[in-house]
Design a protein around this ligand. Structure first.
Ligand SMILES: Cc1cc2nc3c(=O)[nH]c(=O)nc-3n(C[C@H](O)[C@H](O)[C@H](O)COP(=O)(O)O)c2cc1C
Length: 199
């Protein structure tokens, strides 16, 4: 049995294309792997806090020197990291907002890219500590960016995931969603076809 962790980040609960893609991904994945355990964390329904002084205190201070607020921040953050550590497969839903990923997803990454837990610094540079995991990133974009030098989502997410040791990453882009009905249908159909192959 594998564990699948799905991270939703569209601000909208209704009419979201990235949520539609994750729903299809989960349905297909469950069909192919009925005994797998799928967990969904919805960063819009339950946003994770931005990094703040309490969390940095919780990360950096010895337990006996932490304030109650630092302990609470650390416990919340540990939960996110533990969910990722326990997952074999990570599915990130990433709508494009202002050329990048939603700030909610950036916040989640700020929690889980954690020195000493998901990566470590060595004499030869940083080393990812998460091995053997696969990731799928399902993007939804109003325009068309894939393969071009204006795509700031895929390079960033590849770098962030690679940094913690997740190198097996498949991107599925639903693009052209705000460019009229024809582009939207084509963009969605292409993403769904790719999704049907990989999930
Ligand atoms: C605040 C905001 C910013 C957006 N910025 C971009 C953008 O920079 N480039 C783009 O192609 N589409 C942009 N879009 C369009 C979304 O990427 C598109 O509507 C996508 O379907 C959103 O994902 P969702 O359907 O899962 O909510 C933006 C949408 C919103 C609401």
């Amino acid at each position: 049995m594998s564990r699948v962790l799905v991270i939703e980040s569209s601000a909208r609960q209704q009419g979201s294309v990235s949520r539609q893609l994750t729903e299809q991904f989960i349905a297909r994945w469950k069909q192919a792997h009925p005994s797998d355990d799928v967990m969904v964390r919805d960063l819009a329904a339950q946003p994770v806090p931005h990094l703040d002084a309490d969390l940095l205190g919780g990360w950096m201070k010895p337990a006996d020197q932490q304030s109650e607020a630092e302990q609470a921040a650390l416990a919340r953050s540990n939960l996110l990291t533990e969910e990722l550590l326990a997952a074999d497969v990570l599915v990130l839903a990433a709508p494009m907002y202002n050329f990048g990923i939603p700030s909610t997803l950036k916040s989640w990454l700020d929690h889980v890219l954690r020195a000493g837990v998901t990566f470590k610094y060595t004499e030869t540079g940083p080393q990812g500590l998460l091995s053997g995991k696969r990731a799928f990133v399902l993007t939804a974009r109003g325009g068309i960016y894939a393969g071009g030098n204006l795509d700031q989502q895929e390079p960033y997410l590849r770098q962030a995931l690679g940094f913690v040791g997740i190198h097996d990453v498949t991107f599925i882009h639903a693009e052209g969603l705000n460019m009229g009905a024809e582009f939207m249908e084509k963009g969605l159909a292409q993403a769904q076809a790719q999704l049907a192959q990989v999930a």
